[in-house]
Unconditional design. Structure first.
Ligand code: PGA
Ligand code: MG
Length: 281
């Protein structure tokens, strides 16, 4: 039998390619919602194959987390880094409370928005230079005051026990995301960590989410995203993935404005709400 490598794409429409070059369709193998599902390969050349000869690719239900403002309160260290840059130029620094309107679209946007609110417009060259400086500075100070939000670890424990794969889809650069998740002690929990530079596209492009799910080998039909911003909600909505919002992150407007499927005020509620969404309750 040929060995088949799963590259099951977003929403499970992807093909599965085999060592012998043949392609086949992946079909859902009926599975209970919260147990590990499987996809059964039915290669065109092997359609006659006896069931015992079929290659099964496990596809777990998956929860995809945003990082800044969802898993962790990163505002103090992000704003401290921004303020170091502003102070270097003799510009007024900004309070952490401004994080809600500045964070969410990555470090480049944070710098542009920060300088704009300090009354300075950046040329593209200067912007790029400051971005590089920001990356270096932030890397050295990434977890000084940053903390996981209450209940994150217990919620992940519970989801993992129920058979969920976990992944991160963030607009932070991937290396920073990995460094931070490592310093927070939770990096091992994620089957995929995809930052704004992991693919050629990033949130709100829905492919950032669907490709994260594919990379984690999660089942896109049993996937839920959790995020704190309009960007996360819009991304999930365009990917047709249900989305839960947290109200304690970085957004100007209340998250309800963007019509997520649910809003949870504490991570203790996450496992239950994910279960409700996936069972259509
Ligand atoms: O760093 C940012 O601005 C955004 O990051 P997030 O996508 O994890 O919220
Ligand atoms: Mg966020």
């Amino acid at each position: 039998m040929s060995s088949c490598v799963g590259s099951v794409g977003s929403r499970c429409r992807g093909s599965i390619s085999c060592a012998d070059g043949s392609e086949g369709k992946a079909r859902s193998h009926s599975s209970p919602l919260f147990s590990t599902g499987t996809l059964v390969y039915e290669g065109s050349r092997h359609a006659h194959a006896h069931r015992a000869n079929q290659t099964e690719i496990p596809m777990n239900p998956i929860v995809v987390f945003d990082l800044d403002g969802t898993l962790a309160d990163t505002a103090p260290d992000l704003m401290a880094t921004l303020n170091t840059l502003l102070a270097q130029e003799g510009l007024p620094t900004l309070p952490v409370s401004r994080a809600k309107s500045l964070i969410g679209a990555g470090a480049r946007a944070l710098i542009a928005r920060g300088y704009e609110s300090a009354g300075l417009e950046l040329t593209p060259e200067r912007h790029e230079l400051l971005f590089q400086e920001f990356l270096t500075l932030y890397r050295q100070n990434i977890c000084n005051e940053t903390q996981l939000f209450p209940g994150v670890v217990a919620a992940m424990d519970s989801l993992s026990r129920s058979g969920f794969t976990l992944a991160v889809c963030t607009n932070k650069v991937e290396s920073h995301s990995r460094l931070l998740l490592d310093q927070l002690g939770i990096i091992e929990r994620f089957a995929a960590i995809c930052g704004r530079d992991t693919f050629a596209f990033c949130k709100p492009d829905p492919r950032h989410l669907t490709e994260t799910i594919a990379m984690a080998k999660g089942d896109a039909r049993r996937a839920v995203m959790i995020g704190d911003s309009h960007t996360d909600i819009a991304t999930a909505q365009s990917a047709r993935i249900p989305v839960i919002a947290v109200p304690f992150g970085y957004t100007d407007q209340p998250v309800e404005t963007y019509e997520p499927d649910r809003v949870i005020a504490h991570f203790d509620l996450l496992p239950e709400v994910v279960a409700e969404i996936l069972s259509g309750r």
